[in-house]
Structure formats: structure tokens, C-alpha cells
Design a protein around this ligand. Structure first.
Ligand code: IMP
Ligand code: MG
Length: 198
């Protein structure tokens, strides 16, 4: 049977897309960032982070769930002593929109007081989630607090928030893959792709 992704996906990505969208209920994403581009950029980000952070151990805080794939690749490229801790977050809102009301579903295991903290996030959209998390973590008195986000959608920003390390600035589309989801699906795509909202 014909798969609609054939018209929308470059040939070299077709086998992977078809495997990941075998279910008839999954819409095939339109590739935006290939696995190769992401890997190259992750290596650059790791070098920039290593050069910018003060010497010593880094306390990496991974925002669950969207950042888990990115963080796994990123930390393996940072040639430093580091610890990873995980912060589970849920932003309420419609499927593809954030409300800015953030619930912590899993708190950090270790205190961050006096630590050089690197917050690893999948995407900064309105900025509301990140603003909330930065305000929360600042109350725990880290020695420094920086943010690395794989993706940034500056066109949709609703609140000022500075992101120290950005993988890619992308246009205002809903993206999935490489850890990012739509209703918990697509996280296992090895690339980042766009799906139509609906
Ligand atoms: P913000 O609060 O609007 O900046 O959105 C933050 C969170 O919404 C991100 O950490 C993602 O989990 C989710 N999000 C925003 N845009 C997208 C997208 O295009 N695809 C998947 N998740 C997104
Ligand atoms: Mg997220």
C-alpha cells in the first residue's frame, strides 16, 4: 500500500521514516534536521560548553522527558567530570501549545547548592517553562546556572529568557523526533521533523 510519506521525505531518509511511521495512526514527519547534522552540532555544543564553564565538575540537569536523547549524546561529548540528575516537568496545555503552568513530576535527587549547573532542555518555545525552571533552580543557590537547548523557536517567545547554548534556531513549526514528542509519540525518530498541527 502507498505511504503518503513517499512524497514528503528525501529518499535517503525514507527507510527510517517508514520504519518509524509504520503505524497507520502516525503521521509521517517532514525531515528538518538530519541525524548527521544533529550529531555534528552536538559535538560543537559540547566543545563550547567545556570551553565556557569554569574548571571542575559540572552538574548536568536533564529536563525530562524531551531532553533525554539530546542529553545522552551531549554528555558523552563533554570531556569533564560531570554528574547527571533529572528533573521531570509537565507543562499543561493543548497538545501542541504550552500554558506556562509547570508541574514538577520528578524532582532532583541531589542538592545543587554551590554547583556549576548546566540545564539541558529540548526546545525553548514561549520560554515560559524555562523561565519557571530557572527561577526555581536559582532559589537552590547553584554557583552558576547555564542553559543548553537543542532547539530554539524565537518567533514564539512570550517571556525573556536567555539560553547560553543553542543547537539550532528553527521556524515556528511543531517538531518531533530526537526525544521530542507529540502526545508521547515520535521520540525514537533519529532526526527532527515537522508534523502538521491537528
Ligand atoms: P515553552 O514553555 O513554550 O517554551 O515550551 C517548552 C516545552 O514545550 C518544551 O520543553 C517541549 O517539551 C514542549 N514543546 C514546545 N514546542 C515543541 C515542539 O515543537 N515539539 C515538541 N515539544 C515542544
Ligand atoms: Mg521539554
Amino acid at each position: 500500500m502507498d505511504n503518503p510519506s513517499r512524497d514528503r521525505v528525501p529518499g535517503y531518509l525514507l527507510p527510517m521514516c517508514l520504519q518509524h511511521t509504520r503505524s497507520p495512526t502516525l503521521r509521517p514527519p517532514q525531515p528538518l534536521l538530519s541525524a548527521e547534522r544533529i550529531a555534528a552540532r552536538v559535538a560543537e555544543l559540547a566543545r563550547a560548553i567545556d570551553a565556557a564553564l569554569p574548571p571542575g565538575a559540572i552538574h548536568v540537569v536533564v529536563i525530562l522527558r524531551g531532553a533525554f536523547v539530546f542529553a545522552a549524546d551531549l554528555v558523552r561529548q563533554i570531556p569533564r567530570d560531570l554528574r547527571c540528575d533529572f528533573l521531570g516537568v509537565r507543562s499543561y496545555g493543548a497538545a501542541t501549545k504550552t500554558s506556562g503552568i509547570v508541574e514538577i513530576t520528578h524532582d532532583l535527587e541531589w542538592p545543587i547548592i554551590g554547583e556549576h549547573v548546566l540545564l539541558v532542555e529540548d526546545i525553548v518555545d514561549t520560554g515560559l517553562t524555562l523561565r519557571h525552571l530557572l527561577d526555581l533552580l536559582a532559589t537552590r543557590q547553584p554557583a552558576s546556572l547555564r542553559v543548553c537547548a537543542l532547539l530554539d523557536k524565537p518567533a514564539r517567545r512570550r517571556i525573556g529568557v536567555s539560553v547560553d547554548f543553542v543547537g539550532f534556531e528553527i521556524p515556528d513549526h511543531f517538531v518531533v523526533g530526537y526525544g521530542l514528542d507529540h502526545e508521547q509519540r515520535y521520540r525514537n525518530l533519529p532526526f527532527v521533523g515537522v508534523i502538521d498541527e491537528g
